[in-house]
Design a protein around this ligand. Sequence first.
Ligand code: FES
Length: 196
Amino acid sequence: MTDPVRVTLEGHDESASVRVYDDEGDVSTDDATFRFSVDGGSEGGSSSDETDATDETDETDGIAPERPATASDDTRRIAPLAAVPTDGTLRCEARSGNRGTELILRRTGDEVSAWRNSCPHRPTVRLDPGPGAIVRDDHLVCHEHGARFECGDGVCTAGPCRGATLDSVAVIVRDETVYLADDRFDSCHRLDEPVA
Ligand code: FES
């Protein structure tokens, strides 16, 4: 398979979505795991106690495990600091093996915050569907039902998921460049540029 496919599993209380680059893959929620194979292999659901948390950002109660990136770590270099907008977001994809997780980056001064590109109200809804998320008064605003999330800690202060928190992903800025610093992922690349 040359192009990635996006697979979404919706449960009663949760949904999860991944981009998959291989012929086989799986996606999990708390309720179930769905495995698939595009070449006709086994397919179906199973109970969640088989594990594999596709929703990797839920593992740490919002605290992203961090590992320092080094300037020589090309796969963890995301973008020049100047490419990250203050009045919108930059869409990226973090990879762990053959799984991709969409992220959004937003800059405040010389600092950059990153979150999973997913609204807690309806996780299949991207906060940034492509042209950049809506930013108003230092809040990200969901285009679907108007939930507002503080750009600092990602907490929803108004809207249908008030009190929920965006899934934070650790990044660092070094030498005017943004690097992935989250140990759950191996690499990250911008979605507005072809992969090198
Ligand atoms: S999907 Fe984002 S507020 Fe409803």
